[in-house]
Every structure is written in C-alpha cells, then in structure tokens.
Design a protein around this ligand. Structure first.
Ligand SMILES: [Zn+2]
Ligand SMILES: [Zn+2]
Length: 140
C-alpha cells in the first residue's frame, strides 16, 4: 500500500516519495529553478544578487536559497548569490549561519558544557554531604 504524507510546502496529502513535497509543488519548483537558471545564464547576469534575481524572476528568495543549499545553483559560478545568516544577517553561501556565528556558538556551547559539568560536580558533592549527614544521624 502506498504511504501518504503531507506536503511540507502546501500541506496537500500526496503519495509519499523520496521528496518531502507533492508532485504539484515539485513541478512548480522545477519551473522556478528553470526560470532562475535561465536568468543567470547570460554572462551579464552572473553577478546578480539575490535581490536582483527575486526582482527579475519573481521566484521567492526562500526557494532560491533552497536551490543554493541543494547545490543546484553553485555559488562558485554565481559569486553574488549569498543569503543572510540566520543569526546576524551577514552574507553566507552555505549552511544556515556564517562562520563567525558558528564559531561563536561553538564557544558558547563549550562554556555551557563546562558549566553543566561544574554543576553536576557540585550536586554530587552535596549529595555526598547528605549521605554523610544522614549516616551520622542514624548512628545517634
Ligand atoms: Zn505541495
Ligand atoms: Zn552570522
């Protein structure tokens, strides 16, 4: 039996495939890709920015970012195809956040792990004191 799923794009129910969007949305995305790609082909458009492309093609920025993430539009071919870092809005061409932000986040994570390690230690020590205390109390 065919498995059904909801399209993440339009919420329509469709027969589940390898894609997480329905056939209709898939076809629309393909059409959009074609339009964007065709727009970018002429040499003079190679350095078009995201804003230029959205304006010229009417394709949503979100979709263009998806094409970049899927590496269908290569930023090595189209150097201006950067999109905003989710954290600081800076230009990035891969992933969700820029290198600066990912470094910062990693630093925060390290700090957080250190902190939680310290608090587990403290908790252990407190528990030991408790055990010691109740041991002595029982003996009295
Ligand atoms: Zn759909
Ligand atoms: Zn950033």
């Amino acid at each position: 039996m065919a498995e059904l799923a909801n399209c993440i794009n339009c919420d329509a129910v469709y027969v589940k495939t390898l894609r997480n969007i329905c056939q209709k949305c898939y076809e629309e995305e393909e059409k959009a890709f074609e339009i964007v790609y065709r727009f970018l082909m002429p040499r003079k458009n190679r350095e078009a920015t995201m804003v230029d492309i959205v304006k010229a093609t009417g394709v949503k920025e979100k979709l263009i970012i998806k094409f970049i993430r899927e590496k269908r539009l290569r930023t090595s071919d189209f150097p201006m195809l950067a999109y905003g870092c989710e954290r600081c809005g800076g230009n990035i061409v891969t992933g969700n956040i820029c290198t600066d932000c990912s470094q910062e986040l990693r630093g925060e994570l390290d700090k957080f792990e250190e902190d939680s390690e310290r608090s587990t230690k403290r908790k252990l020590e407190e528990e030991q004191i408790d055990v010691y205390y109740s041991y002595n109390k029982d003996r009295q």
